[in-house]
Design a protein around this ligand. Sequence first.
Ligand code: ADP
Ligand code: MG
Length: 701
Amino acid sequence: METENTNIPEMFGSLVFNDRVMKERLSEDVYASLRKTIDENVRLDDKVAEAVAEKMKEWALENGATHFTHWFQPLTGVTAEKHDSFIEPTKNGGVMMEFSGKELIKGEPDASSFPSGGLRATFEARGYTAWDPTSYAFIKDHTLCIPTAFCSYSGEALDKKTPLLRSMQAINRQAKRVLKLFGNEVNHVNTSVGPEQEYFLIDQKLFNQRTDLVYTGRTLFGCRPPKGQEMDDHYFGVIKPRVAEFMQDLDRELWKLGILAKTEHNEVAPAQHELAPIYTTTNIAADHNQLTMEIMQKVAKRHGMVCLLHEKPFAGVNGSGKHNNWSLSTDTGVNLLSPGETPYENAQFLLFLCAVIQAVDDYQDLLRLSVATAGNDHRLGANEAPPAIISVFLGDELTGILQAIKNDVPYEGKEKVQMKLGVHALPRFFRDTTDRNRTSPFAFTGNKFEFRSLGSSNSIACANIMLNSAVAESLRQYADELEKAEDFTTALHDLIKDVIIKHERILFDGNGYGEEWVKEATEVRGLSNLKTTADAMPKLLDQKNMEMLIRHKVFNEAEIHSRCEIMLENYCKTVNIEGLTMVDMVRKDYLPAIEEYLYTLSRAVDSMKSVNQNLKCRYEISTMEKLTDLTDNILTSVEELEKSLADLKNCKDIFETSAAIRDLVLPNMSTLRSYVDAAEMLTSAKYWPYPSYGKLLFSVQ
Ligand code: ADP
Ligand code: MG
């Protein structure tokens, strides 16, 4: 172990065609022009691509690769790859290992089965993939993986990466305009993200026995075990040896791929854990998070476990989310969400802070829908994750400063200062301890914002596309206004004050789980409370949202419609599969199992009474009474569920279908579950057909 550990710097990134490798292997000219493409988005020359491909192939072959693939992120939310080997036949019947610049830059997967929401008619199956040189190529399973964007032939984005890159360009453009007004000319403003990833680990054998986990990734039935998470003994607790081995193995796999896996710990629920990497540029963070999720599942299998990435694998204990730590910084290394040392830097910080506050307020619905999936709907608002209502937490100090600016009164911090922007230095902000309550969906944490509504299986691309675009829009408005101002400092002060007044309704530091907050947020403040995917997703088509996304060239109109449709389809398909799985489990396993137990009980009563007529058989008879009531109810509700599922085909469009899923199918599923779970409590464990919650949650020791 010891000797292996000392090699970590050597092992780190050993399977990545990264800057170090490029510098070593590419000629000076080729390296310089590729670097320009990576750093400044300059178009890549064909000759350069050819030279890079040659060296990339050499490196990949040396590292055991036999195949290459364009690795991309279609709208299914998982990654896709189609492997080609490097072999080319030679005249003498042998093969050579070949890889051209063209193959590096562009691929043409037959992608007719990926969802396109009508963007690409299925007869026009061809989409193409285009190399994203800003994310390094890597080797996975003997395959050189080239991160790519995926587009239709008419140029529409069929993936999550293209709009993410566009949103990064949008925020770069607008942030540079604003910085220029402060006298800061920079080449590039970049957003960065550190996504904290939660997951569950359960025993593979038990997983295989649960039809619901196998088909849907979550348990659809299961009564509460005697012990859940109430003792708080798992959170940050000692990591069990089997899990520790998994984590070590996982870290190594991730490090080889250049992923900065940093922190691993137990989470709140039994069997729940978290991995946090060190933050990096957003599109790379998105690629790395996809890879992390994939490798977690692979490594878990090696250890006889299954890694569950579902947002709510078990009722009654916390589900899993993903915290999206987000900030923006310049190519000169300045974090724009960190208050600087001088008054002028502080004013700039406050303006960027305002840009985020305004963005979250103006585009609450876009942020909400960017994390909306059938799985995540179980968490948001269930008092374990932030509510579906989006608000911003700033902490006492920053709130105090904004209040002082708004009211033109001295700020009563450590020393009293009249806040005149550009004149007075702000105090340093420390991460507010109150943010530990974790009930805020969007919290300022010292020098970054933490968007906490993401589900554990979400691609982080969606949330960051919306966040980057919305902040770009605030910055655009500020730049437009300040560029024409005669007195910059006064205009800036007025602007900031104005933003605080207009958008303070989105600021909330209290308990986001409370009922009072829902009332205040919706009735007094007019914030939106989009509880389900079916409620949230159609907001993508609201005029103000479409206009903003189109203005910043993040999506075109057709792309927006296609995404709305695909996300809703995804929601409907997911719940439909869950419903069908429930029907299957109830009809084939639960009802027959309960019946068998009832039969045993009734035979027991018969035999006992034949020995002694006067025996009461209270346990047997009362259990039979309760269980037969339950089986009647189970039958009625399974029939209702079947009917609501069958009726879906009568819906006229995806909006109607998703509403029916929300209003009929999901409530029917929940009623059915409650009867089956009640029956589980009364039935002998010997007869119960599926492993219990207790076994699943406490199986890994
Ligand atoms: P926690 O929220 O668990 O207390 P931290 O706040 O220390 O953990 O860090 C969580 C994540 O935030 C890590 O992935 C870290 O790299 C990331 N992070 C730290 N600084 C920044 C930043 N400036 N921009 C984006 N992410 C950041
Ligand atoms: Mg966090």
